[in-house]
Design a protein around this ligand. Structure first.
Ligand code: DGL
Length: 260
């Protein structure tokens, strides 16, 4: 049986560097905790793979993090969450495991019957989890799912304000500019790093939502419920790991964590 103590780190996992957008929220509300951040950049992108492939990769990464003694796991990847969070909870019922899902609810409730664009990877868009979420709010909003293949790659390269990204977004979002939508949901953890560019293309009147903060709060709640939060005042430590052997992804993770 897995032994859990307060002093063990919280693991955060993503297919690459995108989960840093969730780690920064975790760090804000639990600054005294230690974290291990693992990015599977070697196998990224997950969003264009099959559900079975993503499930296998996610289970392998999660198992590695539990072997290192994580006291909880944040699956900071919408794609991996829809493919594998249920099975992970069955495999490790005694460890708090929190996934992330597109922030459809706050976007739908931001005004009376808004037009909401949900941006996510092709796999997240096609998965049952998102279809169920959309069905739940269908009578309260017009919800438009938009697969964004290739968008995560800009972030994975650290290309956050170049002309190429701007052109890609102008093409992708062409039909939704000029007041065609009221809100946009960033349903992939890489996308918050392109938030300003997305806002620029869609226009200032569009409200943008992501699930990072809600996911961080849910992890804190789950740890508190099990008496696993650290109580002492201290500055937590973050260890970055990546399935690619070179250090460039780790350097990018550090850089992204500075961007708020
Ligand atoms: N960051 C991931 C997500 O939240 C997926 C990116 C990818 O690997 O395609 O969905």
């Amino acid at each position: 049986m897995y032994h859990i103590e307060k002093k063990q780190p919280i693991a955060v996992f993503d297919s690459g560097v995108g989960g840093i957008s969730v780690l920064r929220e975790l760090k804000k509300i639990m600054p005294n905790e230690d974290f291990i951040y693992f990015g599977d950049s070697k196998n990224a992108p997950y969003g264009v793979k099959t559900k079975e492939e993503v499930r296998k990769l996610t289970i392998a990464c999660a198992t590695g993090l539990f072997d290192q003694g994580a006291k909880g796991l944040v699956v900071a990847c919408n794609t991996a969450t829809s493919a594998a969070v249920r099975v992970l909870r069955e495999m490790y019922p005694y460890i708090p495991i929190v996934g992330i899902e597109p922030a459809v609810k706050p976007a739908v409730l931001c005004m009376d019957h808004p037009r909401v664009l949900v941006m996510a990877t092709p796999m997240t868009i096609h998965e049952e989890k998102l279809h169920n979420l959309i069905a739940k709010y269908e009578d309260k909003a017009t919800i438009i799912p938009l697969p964004c293949p290739g968008l995560m790659d800009f972030v994975e390269r650290g290309d956050l304000d170049g002309e190429d990204l701007h052109r890609y977004l102008e093409d992708l979002l062409y039909s939704y500019r000029n007041n065609q939508i009221d809100a946009a949901v960033l349903g992939c953890t890489h996308y918050p790093f392109a938030r300003e560019q997305i806002q620029r293309v869609l226009g200032d009147q569009v409200q943008i939502f992501d699930g990072g903060e809600g996911t961080a709060r849910e992890m804190r709640r789950r740890l508190a419920e099990k008496g696993l939060l650290r109580e002492e005042e201290r500055r937590g430590n973050i260890v970055f790991q990546n399935s690619l052997a070179d250090d460039t992804k780790i350097a990018l993770c550090r850089r992204l964590l500075q961007i708020t």
